[in-house]
Design a protein around this ligand. Structure first.
Ligand SMILES: Nc1nc2c(ncn2[C@@H]2O[C@H](COP(=O)(O)OP(=O)(O)OP(=O)(O)O)[C@@H](O)[C@H]2O)c(=O)[nH]1
Ligand SMILES: [Zn+2]
Length: 396
């Protein structure tokens, strides 16, 4: 799928011109000693950054500016963790996890130091969460991710396709591709959901609990620290996340934290609600956090420098779709997009649209098998269209 440009104009709404108004042009000359870092966490005005190794003012290279065009490169996951705040000129600019920023001041990462973010690089993608009761604005929650991982349990809790559809739309609109991760395959079969999403070109991966002799799944809310997952299924997920910046979303109880802990053993994401041993409640943080996938040998056994990032989004229940245009969504499907060029002007492409050329496209298939495949794909696409119009209630 072709990557589309970032659509972050609303973040700079106060600017007179939507495009070509990058703050860095103005700021760059006065911050030649800046280093480039990735935002890995945001907490009440304090930003956790990872300054990659070698990215220091006096290593002869100067600051590396991460331009949007260079979005193919995944930032290194080895470096120094630095705490920072925004420079005064950026007070009105939102800085989110995944942002590439230029930072000045003390970047040693030592206790008590606080660096300053002076510039945000152009974003290659933006993911917005939906407006909610506390906050009427759709806000960008993650920048520069290239893959959305929708974590859905096959049972306990049962899958909700309306929610998955909305996530798929949000991802495609953001220019990200989608990995549907179906968890708890030890409890139910993934076949039905595969049948719904594979026609859309969505990649599907399945995880399950390890078969540890015991035939019953561990009771919920018990003191057990971690449910072991089937290692082969975890490695399959890891392989699909390698070298990418992936955002994981999922409802409470689907096993997202269990999966993240299996992928990133140092992550320590709280699982299964209140922990009886420590007495600590579940993770209450609602802001996203980026976790580096541990380095290791790649599929050919060669050591890789970094393995990409997984971004956890606790508390993100749904994505803002109000701004998504039909035409924009259609661009994610080359064949449908081409067929729709024959549609009457203003065609909604919905099932009840008169003379929608997408119906002709199905009929025109050369054989029965192709026709069936196209029909399935069109039905799935129309399901996505419908999910966009907000008829699906917010769940959580
Ligand atoms: N049977 C089975 N249970 C699982 C699997 N993965 C996770 N669980 C259990 O499902 C429950 C919820 O898992 P979590 O990882 O806490 O789910 P979460 O999506 O992070 O949800 P919150 O912690 O509420 O944010 C826990 O009791 C896990 O042990 C699985 O593959 N199979
Ligand atoms: Zn149409």
């Amino acid at each position: 799928m072709a990557r589309r440009g970032a659509r972050d104009e609303s973040e700079f709404r106060s600017r007179p011109s939507k495009r070509g108004s990058r703050p860095r042009t103005k700021l760059r000359p006065s911050h030649e000693d800046a280093v480039t870092a990735m935002v890995t966490g945001v907490d009440r005005g304090r930003y956790t950054l990872l300054v990659p190794d070698g990215e220091t003012p006096d290593d002869g290279r100067g600051a590396q500016v991460a331009d949007g065009e260079g979005s193919g490169a995944v930032p290194s996951s080895s470096g120094t963790t630095v705490l920072a705040m925004k420079a005064r000129e950026l007070v009105r600019t939102r800085v989110v996890v995944g942002d590439q920023v230029d930072v000045v001041g003390d970047v040693t990462g030592e206790d008590g130091t606080l660096a300053r973010i002076v510039r945000i690089a152009e974003r290659s993608s933006v993911l917005r969460r939906t407006a909610d009761d506390d906050d009427p604005y759709e806000r960008i929650v993650v920048a520069n991710a290239d893959r959305l991982v929708i974590v859905t349990a096959l049972a306990d809790p049962p899958p909700r396709t309306g929610m998955i559809d909305r996530c798929v739309v949000a991802a495609y609109d953001a220019g990200m591709d989608v990995l549907l991760c179906l968890t708890k395959a030890d409890l139910a079969s993934p076949d039905e959901l595969r049948g719904l999403y594979e026609p859309l070109g969505v990649q599907v991966v399945v995880t399950r609990a390890a078969r540890d002799g015991g035939e019953t799944a561990p009771a919920r809310g018990r003191a057990e620290e971690r449910l072991p997952l089937d290692p082969a299924s975890v490695e399959e997920v890891r392989g699909l996340l390698r070298g990418r910046i992936s955002v994981l979303v999922g409802h409470s109880g689907v096993g997202k934290s269990t999966l993240i802990n299996a992928l990133v053993p140092t992550a320590g994401r709280a699982t299964g609600g209140v922990n009886d041993v420590t007495g600590r409640g579940r993770h209450t943080s609602t802001s996203a956090v980026a976790l580096a996938l541990p380095t290791g040998p790649d599929a050919d056994g060669a050591d890789v420098d970094h393995d990409g990032w997984v971004i956890d989004t606790p508390g993100v229940r749904s994505f803002g779709l109000a701004h998504v245009e039909v035409g924009h969504l259609l661009h994610a499907f080359d064949d449908l997009d081409e067929a729709a060029s024959e549609c009457p002007r203003g065609c909604t492409h919905q099932a009840d649209a008169p003379d929608c050329a997408l119906d002709d496209w199905v009929v025109a298939a050369s054989d029965d098998e192709t026709r069936a495949t196209r029909a399935l794909r069109l039905a799935s696409f129309r399901r996505l269209l419908a999910s966009r119009t907000g008829t699906v209630p917010r769940e959580g």
